[in-house]
Design a binder for this molecule. Sequence first.
Ligand code: NDP
Ligand code: N5H
Length: 257
Amino acid sequence: MNFSLEGRTYVIMGVANKRSIAWGIARSLHEAGARLIFTYASERFEKPVKDLVATLDGQESLFYECDVTSDEAVQATFNQIKQDVGTIHGLAHCIAFAQREDLQGEFKDTSRDGFLLAHNISAFSLVSVARAAQPLMTEGGGIVTLTYLGGERVVQNYNVMGVAKASLDASMKYLANDLGKHAIRVNAISAGPIRTLSAKGIGDFNTVLKQIEEKAPLRRTVTQEEVGDTAYYLLSDLSRGVTGEVIHVDSGYNILG
Ligand code: NDP
Ligand code: N5H
């Protein structure tokens, strides 16, 4: 069996900079020969993303602005992608957001607006994107999203984002059930803590990383590349029998009691 991604096109959503997990996924898919399409939340990120992609040898990517809080914007993006490339073979959804004030203190103090915002951007967006992408996936394919252990159990300070990730995980499974008949597989990667722009400025992040180095079975943190290679597995035919699954790329930390 040939596991090259040559002749296949994937949409990568959520590259902010070179530290982004989405960028690790982009590099793994690029190495496997895929053609890539990038979306970013606002025009502000167009140039940085284009500059980064210019470092990928021979990659002739396309770029679209797509704020996932708007169904119209998501639909318009995928309509445009359909016009420009026709069929796509998958996508990586690497998007989350919560107000900083909701990522500290007690979960019980989360405001209604903060709760809805976190769920809108971090969970519902997968539903909106999957719905818009499905008609372009005429040959079947894969959808991968990024989740975190804090959606399975209580992790200090993750708060509203943990509840949003629980919703994301369940949405992933319901989508897997709906889209399976179209030969589209939907899976999630639960990544261990990685220093990215989102993680920046979060108090105690160093302590979290240190805890992984001390306690995780592999006694080290994970990299964007390791998450990227698992996304490659989930988006390629290597994983053709796998859907509705959460794969932990976390040095084994989640098995600890
Ligand atoms: P980044 O900050 O690099 O990426 C977050 C991305 O979310 C940004 O590219 C941002 O886009 C995008 N985003 C936010 N709001 C919107 C919006 N309204 N529309 C479109 N895009 C939006 O961080 P990570 O790489 O760490 O995060 C990627 C995913 O990985 C997230 O789902 C996160 O929860 C998950 N994850 C991260 C872990 C970690 O330790 N870093 C651990 C486990 C999971 P823009 O920059 O254009 O605003
Ligand atoms: C237990 C932890 C540490 C505490 C919680 C961290 C949660 C982070 C997730 C969200 C996505 C971070 C976030 O929304 C930050 C924003 O409020 C401010 N940042 C921004 O606006 C930047 C500029 C943009 C690019 O960020 C986004 N998201 O758009 C969890 C950690 C150990 C692991 C972790 C960091 C998980 C995760 O989901 O990212």
